[in-house]
Design a protein around this ligand. Structure first.
Ligand code: SF4
Length: 432
């Protein structure tokens, strides 16, 4: 007898009816539950097992359970469904502002992570950065345009731009949420309160769990690792003491050279008291300049699962499985073919290089054909309303082959999947 075929003894006796004389069921029985009695039944003495091994009698109506943990941070997906107003404006052909902007503040860095994709995106140049006036004007424009959030993520290290902290404070005044990804080493602790009070999250790019790994992966002096750890501890303390809402997280970019650091870093994150450790695969360029072999991730799957098991109520270790699991996809998808043919995502998520130049996306930094403008020369507000911006967006839609011309696993990838579905509805959509 299969699992599905249970003997009559599994049914609560007082709910059985003998009167059913229709066809036999798979259990070779004619006994069924009399559903009209369910509302008065309180019998939970011998609950039949439900699927998933949950032991509870059905139809007690005792309230919902808590078997699905709420997703506190969505680190491995997108949140477009919360911005359908902007999406509908775009579908009506309006010149919308991005929902979110990722922007570099500099084009250089104080360390040299061996997986840095910024090096390939228009190059790095010491001292090059967005000037304070242009940065603050951009923030005001973002407020005017109702950009909902700006993340100082991408290109060089944001803490090397001295206008960073004023931009954070101004953005709050303008109604724009901000976040930053930083290596943290140069974070000005004199401005720690401004950061923690005003930013939605700070994510530390840390891909090693000890000073030796830090030297190897980030090509930085081991002593800096200890300084960074002290800083993060202090930020966690300040946040708690002042009840600031800023989320503090770590991000590990996973490459074979740091597979041995996964568990060490996961334990360190728990010890530091940060909210999460995100582990992500390493993106690579359309020319494979970082030499990422996706097959290599197979070796580390068990370790990643063990790292996730270190999650607690107030600390989660999250692996970006959607990307790593691409290994389980068909041969076509495994080798970088996407599940959509057109990139619609660039008007939703704007990207600005750390030298102030505006492009449709990070992987196109430095490609003159797609240069929209420079925030030192023209306001972002005027750019968004102008013809050049939308001509470039059209160029992306009409001429880009996302399977060949694009960085594998780019920032807009999840958004593009969603928009592709939206723009290519199946038949019978009202039969939901
Ligand atoms: S799909 Fe291509 S064009 Fe679109 S954002 Fe990604 S890299 Fe840029």
């Amino acid at each position: 007898m299969s699992d599905a075929a249970k003997p009559d003894s599994a049914l609560p006796k007082e709910l059985l009816t003998e009167t059913h004389d229709g066809h036999r069921l798979r259990t070779r029985s004619r006994s069924i539950v009399d559903r009209s009695k369910l509302s008065v039944s309180t019998d939970a003495a011998s609950p039949p097992p439900l699927s998933g091994g949950v032991k509870k009698a059905p139809n007690l109506y005792s309230g919902h359970t808590f078997l699905n943990r709420p997703e506190r941070f969505r680190l491995d997906g997108h949140k477009m469904i919360y911005h359908m107003d902007r999406v509908q404006e775009w579908r009506r052909g309006e010149r919308i502002a991005p929902i979110h902007i990722d922007m570099g503040l500099t084009k250089f860095c104080n360390i040299a992570c061996i997986y840095c994709i910024g090096v390939t995106q228009g190059g790095m140049k010491k001292g090059q950065m967005i000037q304070p006036d242009a940065l603050l004007r951009l923030i005001r424009d973002a407020g005017r345009l109702q950009v909902r959030s700006v993340a100082f993520i991408g290109d060089g290290e944001p803490t090397l731009n001295p206008a960073l902290y004023d931009a954070i404070v101004l953005a709050r005044e303008c109604g724009v949420e901000t976040a930053m990804a930083t290596n943290g080493i140069l974070l000005d602790m004199n401005r720690a309160h401004d950061v923690l009070r005003n930013q939605t999250f700070v994510r530390f790019n840390l891909s090693a769990g000890n000073s030796e790994g830090f030297r190897r992966i980030h090509q930085a002096a081991p002593a800096l690792f200890d300084e960074l750890i002290q800083k993060i501890r202090e930020l966690v303390r300040l946040r708690k003491e002042n009840q600031y809402g800023c989320t503090l997280g770590l991000q590990m970019v996973l490459i074979p050279e740091n597979f041995d650091q996964v568990l060490t870093l996961a334990r360190l994150g728990a010890d530091l008291g940060v909210d999460y450790l995100q582990v992500k695969q390493c993106s690579d360029t359309e020319y494979g300049e970082l030499g990422i072999q996706r097959e290599e991730y197979r070796r580390v799957v068990d370790t990643l699962k063990e790292a996730e098991s270190l999650s607690r109520e107030d600390y989660s270790v999250q692996v970006k499985w959607n990307k790593i699991n691409i290994l389980a996809e068909t041969d076509v998808y495994r080798h970088g073919i996407r599940k959509y043919d057109i990139c619609y995502g660039t008007p939703m998520l704007g990207q600005i290089s750390g030298n102030g130049k505006v492009y449709p996306c990070g992987p196109f930094f430095g490609k003159d054909r797609f240069l929209i403008g420079d925030i030192h020369r023209m306001s972002y507000y005027d750019m968004i309303k102008g013809d050049r911006y939308w001509a470039v967006q059209r160029d992306i839609v009409e001429n880009i082959d996302v399977h060949c011309d694009c960085t594998i696993g780019c920032r807009q990838d999840y958004i593009n999947t969603f928009l592709w579905d939206l723009m290519n509805p199946p038949a019978h959509v009202n039969f939901i």
